[in-house]
Design a protein around this ligand. Structure first.
Ligand code: MN
Length: 384
């Protein structure tokens, strides 16, 4: 059986003020073609389908178009679960109706975790979908008091999923979808922490009985302690710290014995997310040979002096510069006030103190002279 595993689409995401729906649509178009070309038998989406609990209409339309197209054209089952960004109830709207079309949406955690059965030439494969659920929800819905944190909550859910399979032969093939932070895995800047004030970490031992574990939540594609327990990673880069990631989807070939072979396939974004560094003049000059001008850029400017409207200058060559970082100009908030003896200091000395605070650089004698000269041309008393 050929399983396509993807996660963390975050449809409707806004990145530094830019709506990403067009970029996401471009990637889903490739994904739909890939499903056909790779003869995929079942598709899994492991949570964070939307970026917010109330997604914008464009994002809802995009998901609607994609699910309809893949379900009607390719006629393969699709299984999706809610992540910590999704509203379980809104995502789950109409799920009983869609199930008959092969689109299985698991929004809310239900007391019985019904498996979804997909057959191949070797027999059935049982898929269990665990929607993201806080420990209190797990205690309430599954009636299991042992769910006191995210780790024990996940154990309760996997136990319930296995319980629902108790009438099947012991070596039947099993796949599970979950949205969680597995201890020891790499985080990025674009995930919302699962738990406030705790780690929210889950031990992967609770997945031992499953042939493949399709995880969502972490945005870097990675194995979670074993080859068959994986994060597919996010659909695209959602922070500048992910500029070095290779985003895509995972294709899992599940053999007769339930052994999972993994292949990762990259997707080509409409606009990539890049970081460049240099002084303003150099960055503008290098832009002549830059092939990817339309990409989303973060520019780290190494200049230490004042720059007149660097954003406009950069956007003339890179229209999608979204963020400028000035590491050699320290933030102007949180300035320490003037020192105690400021009344005994001259204006040049006071400026030197201020300049030192915002740039970490001491004025040299030549700069002090220039400052004094300019000062001489200004009427500081404000007299008539
Ligand atoms: Mn996510």
């Amino acid at each position: 059986m050929r399983i396509l595993h993807t996660a963390d689409w975050h449809l409707g995401r806004v990145f530094h003020g830019v709506h990403l729906t067009e970029d996401q649509s471009h990637l889903l178009e490739q994904l739909a073609n890939l499903i056909k070309a790779e003869k995929i038998d079942v598709m899994l989406i492991s949570g964070d389908i939307y970026d917010r609990s109330v997604p914008p209409a464009d994002a809802v339309n995009l998901l609607d178009d994609f699910l309809s197209r893949v379900s009607l054209d390719c006629k393969i089952p699709i299984i999706l679960i809610a992540g910590n960004h999704d509203s379980p109830d809104r995502l789950g709207f109409g799920y009983r109706l869609m199930t008959s079309q092969g689109v299985h949406v698991v929004g809310r955690l239900t007391p019985k975790i019904e498996p979804i059965i997909v057959k191949d030439d070797f027999g059935p494969v049982y898929f269990s979908g665990l929607p993201f659920s806080e420990p209190a929800i797990v205690r309430e819905r599954l009636g299991d008091k042992k769910a006191i944190d995210y780790n024990t909550a996940m154990s309760c859910m996997t136990k319930a999923a296995l319980g629902a399979l108790s009438n099947t032969p012991k070596n039947v093939r099993k796949v599970i979808l979950a949205h969680a932070f597995i201890a020891g895995c790499d985080q990025t800047d674009s995930e919302r922490p699962i738990s406030v004030g705790g780690t929210g970490a889950v031990d992967n031992a609770c997945f031992n009985e499953f042939n493949y574990v399709a995880l969502g939540h972490l945005h870097r594609p990675q194995a979670a302690g074993a080859d068959n327990i994986r994060y597919a990673g996010s659909l695209m880069k959602y922070s500048f710290n992910e500029s070095g990631h290779k985003k895509g989807v995972t294709i899992v070939e599940l053999d007769e014995m339930g052994k999972a072979s993994i292949e990762t396939v990259s997707l080509n974004p409409k606009r990539d997310v890049r970081r460049i560094e240099g002084n303003l003049a150099q960055v503008l000059k290098d832009a002549q040979s830059e092939k990817y001008k339309e990409d989303y850029f973060m520019v780290t400017l190494t200049d230490d002096g004042a720059l007149l409207d660097p954003m406009s200058k950069l956007r003339e060559v890179y229209p999608n510069v979204l963020h400028i970082d000035r590491p050699f100009v320290t933030a102007t908030n949180g300035l320490a006030g003037p020192s105690r003896d400021y009344k005994n200091k001259g204006i040049v000395e006071l400026f030197d103190d201020f300049f030192n605070q915002v740039t970490d650089i001491e004025l040299n004698e030549e700069q002090k002279d220039v400052f004094s000269d300019i000062l001489g041309t200004i009427d500081l008393e404000g007299g008539a």
